[in-house]
Design a protein around this ligand. Structure first.
Ligand code: AMP
Length: 218
């Protein structure tokens, strides 16, 4: 199964992605993760991408598309893949078409994880993370036993600097602006499979699986 996953920051896309990967035995290809890994290792690709990423800008297509093409050529993609963070623009979507067409292949479905903005705002602004071990908490739904102290390691539990209401609003605006054309692009081909995450991730994932099955994908 060859999938793309779209979803706003805080929509629950990460959870859906992990479950789909596991359920269908897919290679998870996150362009953001690949860039971060290359930056950490100090590779030429990482050095080139870093300045764009630090500014929150898109890495140029000449770099990104080649990187995805190389990744899709790896053996683990033969059993299917889920693309996360790519394509981000119509030109990337068109490049992806060409890459896959050259292998007589194509995208089977585009998963859209949707969650109301008010819920995202609530979930993200109440999210907290341990600054030492990265464990996740939520002041409303899953607080640490002692406020500000990690249950697992005793580290300091903090709010990420990009989890404030103002930043979340900005990230959501950017997401909708960038993603709307992609949704239209894939909708026109009847490829969108939506999962609503307003209630919980289990019902969202059940909806996605049913949508895939309706397309004969399982
Ligand atoms: P992400 O983890 O998906 O939010 O990606 C982190 C950063 O990596 C983005 O802000 C971009 O700078 C870069 N990036 C990830 N995917 C792409 C892409 N498809 N095209 C261009 N830049 C990307």
């Amino acid at each position: 199964m060859r999938l793309i996953i779209l979803g706003a920051p805080g929509s629950g896309k990460g959870t859906a992605c992990a479950v789909l990967k596991e359920t269908y035995g897919l290679a998870h290809i996150s362009t953001g993760d690949i860039f971060r890994e290359n930056i950490k290792k100090g590779t030429p690709l990482g050095q080139e991408a870093k300045s764009y990423i630090d500014q929150g800008a898109l890495v140029p297509d000449s770099v990104t598309i080649r990187m995805v093409e190389d990744r899709l050529a790896k053996d683990d993609c033969e059993g299917g893949f889920i693309l996360d963070g790519f394509p981000r623009t119509i030109s990337q979507a068109e490049a992806l078409d060409q890459i896959l067409a050259s292998k007589d292949s194509g995208i089977d479905a585009v998963i859209l994880v949707s969650t109301d903005d008010e819920l995202i705002m609530d979930r993200v602004t109440t999210r907290r993370v341990c600054s030492s071990c990265g464990a996740s908490y939520n002041v409303k739904y899953m607080p640490s036993k002692v406020e500000g102290v990690c249950d697992a390691c005793g580290g300091e539990v903090i709010q990420r600097s990009d989890d404030t209401a103002e930043t979340v609003k900005k990230r959501l605006d950017t997401y909708y602006e960038n993603t709307k054309p992609l949704i239209d692009f894939y909708s026109a081909r009847g490829l969108i499979v939506e999962g609503n995450n307003n209630i919980d991730s289990a019902s969202c994932i059940a909806e996605i699986k049913a949508g895939l099955e309706a397309k004969g994908l399982n």
